[in-house]
Design a protein around this ligand. Structure first.
Ligand code: GLN
Length: 320
């Protein structure tokens, strides 16, 4: 109900003080947003509209649906129009809201920094398990997260494994700054060291202990020629250097594996997210890198090969 009581049983009575664009309810704004997103071909127009309308109205989604008749101010309504236009043009929802959920934690997002993906939660699970195992055996775990992006692997590992000490590196300063912010938000900033540099180049500093129990990476692994074919959400909004793995998509994966022997402790493990069609090449690259135990590839929740793990077996115990 508007303050002037413009809604009257039977309808048809208009408040002459309300100019076009004013006097909108949350519900009418929500419907309009969903309609606009649907015509723009968005995958989930209703969910997106709920998220964007509550963001524009500065309320929760529960408040939105439990009080649909509440008025939207002209300012909120204009804000919603802006959000809908961005989403309709292919900007991912998480870039508009600035928040992406990963492994049941909320992470900040930033323009120019790779957006965390659902399948990378499986990488986090494997890294957490390996860090737990190392901390059981040695009372602590040193973890290196290469291509950390917004810091999801480093932060979830530090949150889940209190004995873990993590180094998180990325080529992009913007990514490292975002990862550090996310670490502070989740209270693990003091156990993560943030470094800018090109893969192992980031830890080349003098005097820095450079061997790890776990090396994790979600590197760029898309073939250069396939980048133009990616969904516009990805192609137009994720930084190219976080996607482009060179002509066969394997450049960063190979370099990470090659450096593994030098940077892993005995019995340490390297765990890398790979493209679904890169199983054979990744296994071969791990074998070429000279790990003593056979590399293994496990699948993501869609059933696709996604995670390569290779252990640096202690001499004489290969194949156990
Ligand atoms: N899976 C991502 C995508 O196709 C690519 C991720 C990556 O290169 N690390 O959008």
């Amino acid at each position: 109900m508007t303050p002037n009581g413009s809604r009257v049983a039977g309808g048809g009575v208009r408040n002459p003080d309300i100019r076009p664009g004013e006097g909108r309810t949350r519900e009418s704004c929500l419907r309009r947003a969903a309609g606009a997103l649907e015509s723009a071909g968005a995958d989930s127009p209703i969910t997106d509209a709920l998220v964007l309308t509550s963001l524009a109205a500065s309320c929760t989604q529960i408040e939105l649906v439990s009080d649909p008749g509440a008025e939207m101010s002209a300012e909120s309504s204009a804000r919603l129009d802006g959000f809908v236009a961005r989403r309709a043009a292919g900007e991912p929802l998480a870039r508009i809201t600035g928040i992406k959920e990963f492994h049941s934690l909320e992470f900040e997002t930033a323009a120019g920094v790779f957006l965390p993906r659902f399948e990378t939660e499986g990488l986090a699970d494997l890294v957490i398990e390996a860090a737990r195992e190392a901390s059981r055996k040695r009372g602590g775990a040193r973890v290196l997260d290469l291509c950390t992006g917004s810091g999801v692997i480093a932060v979830t590992t530090a949150v889940e494994v209190p004995a873990a000490e993590v180094a998180a590196a990325d080529l992009s300063l913007r990514a490292v700054e975002l990862a550090a912010r996310n670490a502070r938000i989740h209270g693990v900033g003091s156990r993560i060291e943030f470094l800018v540099g090109d893969l192992y180049g980031a830890i080349a500093g003098e005097g820095r202990e450079s061997r790890f129990d776990v090396i994790a990476a979600n590197p760029p692994y898309v073939r250069s020629m396939q980048i133009p074919l990616l969904a516009r959400e990805v192609r137009d909004h994720d930084p190219r250097e976080a996607l482009d793995g060179g002509s066969d998509g394997m450049e960063a994966i190979r370099r990470i594996l090659m450096g593994g022997g030098r940077h892993l402790r005995d019995d340490g493990v390297i765990i890398i997210e790979i493209g679904e069609d890169q199983e054979e090449e990744s296994v071969r690259a791990a074998e070429d890198a000279g790990f003593l135990s056979p590399p293994r590839v496990s699948r993501d929740l869609a059933g696709l090969p996604r995670y390569l793990a290779a252990r640096k077996a202690v001499h004489g115990k290969a194949g156990d």
